[in-house]
Every structure is written in C-alpha cells, then in structure tokens.
Design a protein around this ligand. Structure first.
Ligand code: CDM
Ligand code: ATP
Length: 288
C-alpha cells in the first residue's frame, strides 16, 4: 500500500523566550501557524522492517539523521512494529530556514504511518511521541494555529489568522537553532505581546496581528547575519503590511493583504535574494 501526505511549513507570528531551563532548553511562549508551502511525502509499506529514505535534496541526509527517518524508527521501536517503509521525500520547504521543514516531515511521517501501519493513535499521542524528535514536531503533528509553551511541545489550539499573502525570503546563510538560543540573554530581550496576539486572532483583527508580530530571537540572528535586517528593510520598502523573521531564522516573512503589493514585494526581493516564495496563509489544523 502507498499513501501521500503533505508536510506544511510553519511561521512564528509571536515568539517569546522566558528563561533557560535546567535541562538546557529554553522555556518559550510562541504562536505558530501553517502556511501553504509544503514538502510532499510518499510512504510505501515494506514487508521487512527496513526503513528506506529517498530524497533528491543535497543538504538533506538519507539516513537516521533525517527527522522523517527518525519518526518511522521511533514508531517501530515504541509499538514493536514488524513492518518497514520507503519514505520518498520531495522537499519544497527551504532547508535550515526557520520554517520547521524537518519537523514537519517527521510529523507527517508519524501521521502517515499511523494510517499505513494501522496503529490507531490519537493526534495528542502522536504529538507527545513527536516531542522526542524535536521541540517543533508536536505543533507540526496538530498543524493549524496554536500557542506553544514549555520548550514548544505544549500545544493549545487557536483560530487561524485571517487569510492573506505571505512572502518569504531566505538569505543563503545557514543558521543553527542551538547557536541562536545559546546567545539568548534574558536582560537584553524585548518580549513580544503574545497574549495580545492571542486576542487579535480571536478577534480576527488583521491590523492588530500585523502590529503585534514579534520574535525575541530576531535581534540575535540579525547580529550574526545582517542580511536578515536588510531583507526586512526591503520588504517594508516594497509595501509589506508587517515583516518578521520566523523561528531562529534566517527566513523573513512579510504579511500583505493586496495582491498587487504582494507582486511588488516578490519582484523586488527576487533581485536581492535567491529563495523567494509567495504563498497563502493556511492555519487550518490536521484532522488525523
Ligand atoms: C526556533 C523554533 O523553531 C521556534 O518554533 C523552535 O524553538 C526550535 O525548535 P526545533 O528546531 O525543533 O528545536 P530542537 O531540535 O528541539 O532543538 C535544537 C536546539 O535548540 C535549542 N532549543 C530548542 C528549543 C527550545 N525551547 N530551547 C532551546 O534551547 C537547544 O539548544 C536544542 O539543542
Ligand atoms: N527531513 C528533513 N528536511 C530537512 N532537513 C533535515 C531533515 N531531517 C534532518 N534535517 C537536517 O536538519 C537541519 C535543519 O533543517 P530544517 O529544515 O528542519 O531546519 P529549520 O527549518 O530551521 O527547523 P526549525 O524551524 O524547526 O528550527 C538541516 O541542516 C538538515 O541537515
């Protein structure tokens, strides 16, 4: 049997870092939402317990280092599954971008194999398992729009944002999430208004969502990579309604309501940056 599954990227509308914990992770409070930019994954049942991963992307590993591979191995181990799978991964989401590409692939494999191997696990059970793979995986299992607390694995669903265009631009630099968190200093942090953003989502207030976009990690990544600040400036100049770096970066996204302005930002940024995408906001949760 063979199934296809989509693995959407996420953006952080609000990302606050509260403090460093005893276990080395940081306590966060953030709002994530999915966008209409997805990897495509084909899962084929194998009779042996072998896990095989195929991907054409040169920066994406084909073995146990791949988060999608790890998701399959974790399900096999945890539930004593005596079946295997071929995972064919078609990457669309830029890699090491702050868009949770690997985490979303892992989450999609958890959801897909739940069906293919007939495991009958609930989304919360899959999300809990996913937290063993990475902090963003629990959110990606649920998808949609959510408040994420703890180290990112405690998920409270929220209403999707009003529909709009999202223009994404990824500078060529690679960013290590661990390095960015490693430079976090609580005394130098500007805390975004996460509660205000929750309220704006409930009220479907697009202007307030734009006004409250904020990311406590942005100044750290900007200091390491000045390109991020340059892209933000360009996006503002071309008429974005609001602009923010996603996650630990380096991808910057612009929210924009009018299609003509979206085109202007896209065309303007393409001369400046290799990887530019225009997509729709998504924010609708997975049902299984
Ligand atoms: C920046 C975000 O993408 C925002 O959504 C996430 O907080 C990061 O999620 P992620 O990439 O799934 O992160 P993980 O793979 O769990 O952790 C990578 C590294 O980031 C740091 N890390 C991550 C999450 C967190 N709450 N505190 C941390 O300090 C740790 O050094 C960890 O070793
Ligand atoms: N399925 C995968 N897709 C992409 N990268 C993967 C995958 N599995 C493992 N990796 C490795 O993980 C690294 C980070 O990739 P990824 O695209 O997940 O980063 P990210 O979007 O910054 O994640 P996040 O936003 O969760 O911090 C890559 O350099 C790659 O080597």
């Amino acid at each position: 049997m063979k199934i296809f599954i989509k693995a959407p990227a996420k953006i952080n509308l609000s990302l606050d870092v509260l403090h460093k914990r005893q276990d080395g992770f940081h306590e966060v409070k953030m709002i994530m939402t999915t966008i209409d930019l997805s990897d495509r994954i084909e899962l084929t049942d194998l009779p042996s317990n072998r896990i095989q991963l195929v991907s054409q992307h040169r920066f994406v590993p084909n073995d146990h280092r791949n988060l999608a591979y790890r998701a399959a191995a974790l399900l096999q181990e945890t539930y004593n599954v005596n079946r295997g799978v071929k995972i064919a991964l078609q990457k669309r989401i830029p890699v090491a971008a702050g868009l949770a590409g690997g985490s979303s692939d892992a989450a999609a494999v958890l959801r897909g194999l739940n069906r293919l191997w007939d495991l009958r696990l609930s989304l919360p059970e899959l999300a809990k398992l996913g937290a063993q793979i990475g902090s963003d995986v629990s959110f990606c299992v649920h998808g949609g729009t959510a408040l994420a607390t703890g180290r990112g694995e405690v998920i409270t669903p929220l209403p999707p944002p009003p529909s709009c265009w999202v223009v994404l631009a990824k500078p060529t630099v690679g960013v290590s999430t661990a390095d960015v968190y490693g430079q976090f200093n609580v005394n130098q942090t500007i805390h975004p208004d996460v509660e205000g953003m929750v309220d704006a989502l409930y009220r479907q207030d697009y202007h307030q969502i734009c006004a409250l976009l904020g990311n406590a990690l942005e100044p750290i990544t900007m200091k390491l990579h000045p390109e991020v600040a340059q892209i933000k400036e360009q996006m503002h100049r071309f008429g974005a309604d609001a602009v923010l770096m996603s996650g630990s970066g380096p991808t910057v996204f612009a929210l924009v309501h009018h299609e003509s302005r979206m085109q202007r930002i896209y065309n303007g940024l393409r001369g400046f940056c290799d990887q530019v995408y225009t997509v729709r906001m998504d924010g609708e949760p997975n049902m299984s």
